[in-house]
Write a protein that binds this ligand. Structure first.
Ligand SMILES: [Zn+2]
Length: 452
């Protein structure tokens, strides 16, 4: 199924012009692969890792990386790039630049666009815009229900077979709360081997809710969003996945109870996976004290015991991966009364630094852990070829490099994203992405996205 003017875009998977205009070789000099061992050189040729060793040379570009850490390019299963419909807050181009600066080589952008990504032609438009921008592979997520209305299934097959090759379906932003619709979605998804990603929120329990239901919300006079609204859907869907099959993914797990349910489901070999956001691994509802709309997010920031359970779950694999839920909003949508603010936070440019701070610099995990939860697992769950691969000769050069010697201060103003709604404004970030490569092309150099 093609759009009217395919000629305006490069064919699926084919690269547009190399953004640097350099030769088809790039030499990464002096990198520590997975942060292990002595620094070595990695030569990239024709989009693949051609050689690994000491004293390599090239006629192409040489990047002197002086002991920085080489990881597989990061994969984010959950972003909102707002195109089509809200190009004033983010576009595929600005979101791709934010992704490249964050070390990402592939992202999945959710279907709650305007119009909704519920048909092949919108999915292809998003996909080709991503390929044309060529800073990151932008995979459109198709909606499960038409116009996100929760009543009628979309044509999974037509989207899956389009040029966009949609491989994940989600009504994210909304929960598929009707169990009959979810059952049918699972049966179709199983037949096509596509992934269903559920935003777990029983809407009858969250009407008017803006904050985690607990002491803090009560004190601040905010309507509470109880844990059970998430957990009841996770439990229901896990049981449905057991009986009807299909691959199920739980978006933004946010509670201790969800972790217990995931543990149970995995022990029964139910085919399900789960993600957690950086903000649910770091922030709590203590932040709401100031009524700053930047802290409003869905699901809401919870309590320390949830944060602790989610951290442990990511380490032991109960929760599979990190996903940012990067959700840009205009200032008029965030700088207002707390209960009027739109839920969502920026995430692409700060996630690697935060996850490294929590688990590696401030914890006992190594850089292999980062590679697992931010690249390998999300690529496996989405069955994404070419990403999350081992760093080895012959593998696609989808890579990122972390500079541990350069801290920086997060500020919305300096971000590549079109929006400014970062909850980490003014916070010290201990490491930064210096370099990102997409199929051997440099998409981020010296911390800056390479835009045309
Ligand atoms: Zn969501």
């Amino acid at each position: 199924m093609g759009t009217a003017d395919d000629s305006a875009y490069p064919a699926t998977g084919r690269l547009a012009a190399h953004p640097t205009g350099a030769a088809n070789e790039v030499l990464l000099q002096g990198v520590k692969i997975y942060g292990e061992g002595e620094p070595t050189d990695v030569l990239i040729r024709d989009g693949k890792i051609a050689e690994i060793g000491n004293g390599l040379s090239t006629d192409g570009e040489t990047l002197d990386l002086d002991g920085q850490i080489l990881l597989p390019g990061l994969v984010d299963m959950h972003v909102h790039l707002r195109e089509p419909g809200r190009e004033d807050t983010e576009t595929v181009a600005t979101g791709s630049a934010a992704a490249a600066q964050g070390g990402f080589t592939a992202v999945f952008t959710m279907a709650n666009t305007a119009p909704v990504t519920d048909n092949p032609s919108i999915a292809e438009t998003v996909w080709y815009k991503g390929q044309n921008t060529n800073l990151c592979d932008v995979h459109p997520v198709g909606s499960i229900s038409k116009n996100l209305e929760g009543s009628e299934l979309t044509e999974f097959g037509m989207m899956a077979e389009s040029d966009a090759k949609v491989r994940m379906f989600s009504d994210d932003g909304k929960c598929v709360d009707d169990p009959r619709l979810m059952r049918r979605a699972m049966e179709y998804a199983k037949g096509m081997d596509v992934l269903l990603a559920q935003h777990g929120e029983e809407p009858r329990l969250t009407e008017g809710a803006v904050a985690h239901e607990g002491e803090q919300a009560a004190k601040l006079g905010l309507t509470g969003w109880p844990r059970v609204a998430e957990e009841s859907i996770v439990a229901r869907d896990a049981i449905m996945a057991r009986d009807y099959g299909g691959r199920l993914h739980i978006c933004h797990a946010s509670t201790e109870g969800t972790v217990e349910l995931l543990k149970w489901a995995k022990a029964q070999n139910i085919p399900l996976s789960a993600e957690v956001t950086p903000h649910h691994l770091l922030l709590t509802d203590e932040r709401l004290e100031t009524y700053d709309g930047v802290n409003r997010v869905n699901p809401p920031l919870r309590e320390q015991r949830d944060v602790d359970a989610l951290r442990q779950a990511l380490i032991d694999g109960t929760v599979d991966c990190v996903a940012t839920d990067h959700a840009p909003h205009g200032s008029e949508e965030k700088c207002c009364e707390f209960d009027k603010a739109r839920p969502g936070m920026l995430g692409l440019e700060t996630s690697l630094a935060l996850i490294a701070q929590i688990f590696v610099l401030g914890g006992d995990q190594d850089w292999r852990f980062i590679a697992r939860v931010m690249s390998e697992r999300p690529a496996q769950i989405t069955k994404l070829p070419g990403h999350g691969r081992p760093i080895a000769v012959g593998e696609p050069a989808n890579l990122c490099v972390v500079d541990t010697q350069r801290s920086w201060v997060a500020t919305g103003e300096d971000m590549a994203s079109k929006s400014r709604n970062t909850p980490y404004e003014g916070m010290d970030m201990p490491v930064r992405i210096s370099t990102t490569l997409l199929r051997g092309a440099v998409t981020c150099r010296d911390g800056q996205a390479v835009t045309a």
